[in-house]
Design a protein around this ligand. Structure first.
Ligand SMILES: [Zn+2]
Length: 261
C-alpha cells in the first residue's frame, strides 16, 4: 500500500487507534469492533458537531463496545476495538469511499469533514484507518495456521432519519461465507421469537464494507458479521443478555461448522 507523507494528526495526548483485549487461551474466534469508539483526536476539537450528536448512532455503534467486552470475557478470545469515532473516519470503509470521512451523516452535517485537504485525509487514513487494520493483520498473520471464525461486531439504529422502523433484532451479514450465517440464523431462530435479518439491515460486500472482505474474504477465512439493534443493547441488562446469548451460540455454530466441513 503506498502511503503519502502526511501532517501528523495524533499527538502524544491522543489514544492509540486500537484497543486490544488479548485472548486468554487458544480460541476459535477472533473478534473486531470497528465502531466501538467515540474518541476524537484533540487537534480536531469537536469537529463542529453538537454535543448531543456524539451520543447518537452517527458517532459510534451504541452498545456494541459493552457487548463485545462481555463476549470477549466469556469466550476468552482476542478482541480488537477501534477507538476513534466513525465521524473521524469510518474504519469499515475503504480509504476514499464516499462515506469514509462523512460530510453528512443521517441528516447531520459534519462541519469538520467539509473541504478537507488531501493531506488531512491521508493523515486520518494513515494514523487511524490503516493503523487499525495493520494491527488486525498482524494478529491474523500469527493465527494463519489454526482455523478460526472472524467475527465482526456492529449495532444498527432502529430507524434511520425519516425511515421505516427496522424489524430485525439481529442481522447476520455475509458475503464469501454464507454457511456460517446460515448456521447462526438457525441457532438464533431456535431461541424463539427473534426476527433475524439475512444480509439485513445491510448487504455485506466489498463496496459497502471493508473489514470482513479485506481481512477474511481475501483469505477465505470463515467469517460472520453480527449487527444488533441498538435499542436492545442500550443498557447493561441488554448488553449482558446479548453477550450471554452470543457466547452460548457461537461455540455451537463453530462445532457445527467443523462437523459438516
Ligand atoms: Zn457499525
Amino acid at each position: 500500500m503506498t502511503r503519502a507523507p502526511t501532517m501528523p494528526l495524533l499527538s502524544a495526548a491522543d489514544p492509540l487507534p486500537y484497543h486490544i483485549l488479548p485472548a486468554r487461551e487458544e480460541s476459535p474466534f477472533v473478534m473486531i469492533s470497528d465502531h466501538a469508539g467515540q474518541a476524537v483526536p484533540s487537534s480536531l476539537r469537536d469537529m463542529g458537531v453538537p454535543p448531543q450528536a456524539w451520543e447518537r448512532h452517527i458517532a459510534y455503534d451504541i452498545g456494541i463496545k459493552e457487548v463485545g467486552r462481555h463476549l470477549q470475557n466469556a469466550l476468552g478470545c482476542l478482541l480488537i476495538e477501534q477507538v476513534y469515532s466513525r465521524l473521524v473516519i469510518d474504519c469499515n470503509r475503504a480509504a476514499g469511499h464516499p462515506t469514509s470521512i462523512p460530510p453528512v451523516s443521517d441528516g447531520t452535517a459534519i462541519a469538520g469533514n467539509q473541504n478537507l485537504s488531501q493531506q488531512e485525509r491521508y493523515a486520518r487514513e494513515e494514523e487511524i484507518l490503516h493503523a487499525y487494520h495493520d494491527e488486525i493483520e498482524r494478529h491474523l498473520a500469527q493465527r494463519d495456521k489454526g482455523e478460526f471464525l472472524f467475527v465482526s461486531l456492529h449495532s444498527f439504529t432502529p430507524a434511520m432519519e425519516g425511515g421505516e422502523p427496522r424489524p430485525w433484532e439481529i442481522g447476520l451479514l455475509h458475503d464469501h461465507d454464507p454457511h456460517s450465517a446460515r448456521l447462526m440464523r438457525t441457532l438464533l431462530e431456535a431461541e424463539g421469537g427473534l426476527c433475524v435479518g439475512d444480509n439485513q439491515p445491510y448487504v455485506l460486500n466489498s463496496h459497502n464494507e471493508y473489514s470482513v472482505p479485506y481481512h477474511a474474504g481475501r483469505r477465505q477465512l470463515p467469517a460472520l458479521e453480527i449487527e444488533i439493534r441498538q435499542d436492545l443493547i442500550s443498557d447493561d441488562a441488554g448488553q449482558r443478555a446479548w453477550a450471554e446469548r452470543l457466547a452460548r451460540l457461537l461455540p455451537l455454530l463453530w462445532a457445527q461448522r467443523k462437523e459438516r466441513a
